[in-house]
Design a protein around this ligand. Structure first.
Ligand code: FPP
Length: 238
């Protein structure tokens, strides 16, 4: 098993939290916080390129976020479409593949259409991957994997005793993506909020009080520097 020799994480996952608090502190509407948060995402995507991080997974909308006020949900969905339009050129230029994890079917039709288009258009890119978690919940993901495995057993393609950790991992939303090495959470909350629970088993955690709209390249590099100091043991000894 790898002893985590590389000082640059291959895969960084981020819980982008604090847009609302950032807006409130400035006396602006919450949506302004999300807009500024989208700018942070663009900046961090560029910073990943510079640093050599190959996979970036961001928690953009959780299954639980649907209970937010309709106006905020609509604003976030419009922002997502704008983000896709604004980013497409850059994704192609740097050969970045866009993917999504989550319940695609929950998203408004116009978002599904735009998202599917950009996902298909970038599917062959090999320069890195941007993975948007949208209507995502880790328990929902694991339950969906369990349903697929049960169906395979029922169809006689798999025996219960053949089910291993690899079987579960292979039935998650993006099975070919390596597990995150580093999980960043902004705005200080010490929780993982139903994000990639299976995949972060051995991830290093980095929590900062900086609010997501203020989290730009310098803050990201601070997180990478902290990661580079860690001794990853994966349950073994040094
Ligand atoms: C958490 O802040 C953030 C979200 C629920 C949405 C994340 C969305 C973005 C960063 C916008 C850009 C993303 C894309 C893909 C266009 P919060 O609203 O929970 O903040 P609070 O906890 O301070 O209220």
């Amino acid at each position: 098993m790898s002893t985590g020799k590389s000082s640059v994480p291959q895969h960084v996952a981020i819980i982008m939290d604090g847009n609302g608090r950032w807006a409130r502190r400035h006396g602006w509407p919450r949506l302004k916080g999300h807009q500024e948060g989208a700018q942070s995402l663009q900046a961090i995507l560029r910073a990943c390129r510079t640093a050599g991080v190959k996979y970036l997974t961001v928690y953009a909308f959780s299954v639980e976020n649907w209970i937010r006020p309709k106006a905020e949900i609509n604003g976030l969905m419009a922002l997502l479409r704008k983000f896709l339009r604004d980013q497409e050129h850059e994704l192609h230029e740097h050969q970045v593949r866009l993917r999504m994890i989550g319940r695609m079917e929950d998203l408004p039709a116009a978002v599904q259409k735009e998202l599917s288009r950009v996902i298909a258009a970038t599917a062959q890119h090999t320069g890195g991957q941007l993975i948007l978690a949208l209507s995502y919940g880790s328990r929902a993901e694991i339950a969906a994997a369990a349903r697929r495995i049960a169906a395979a057993v029922q169809a006689g393609r798999l025996r219960p005793e053949e089910i291993t950790e690899q079987t579960v991992a292979a039935n998650l939303y993006a099975p070919d993506v390596p597990d995150p090495d580093l999980l960043i959470r902004t705005s200080g909350e010490m929780r993982v909020s139903n994000f990639l629970l299976w995949q972060i088993s051995y991830a290093e955690l980095y929590v900062t009080d900086v609010l997501w709209p203020d989290f730009r390249e310098a803050e990201f590099n601070r997180a990478l520097a902290s990661y580079a100091q860690r001794q990853r043991r994966f349950g073994g000894v040094k």
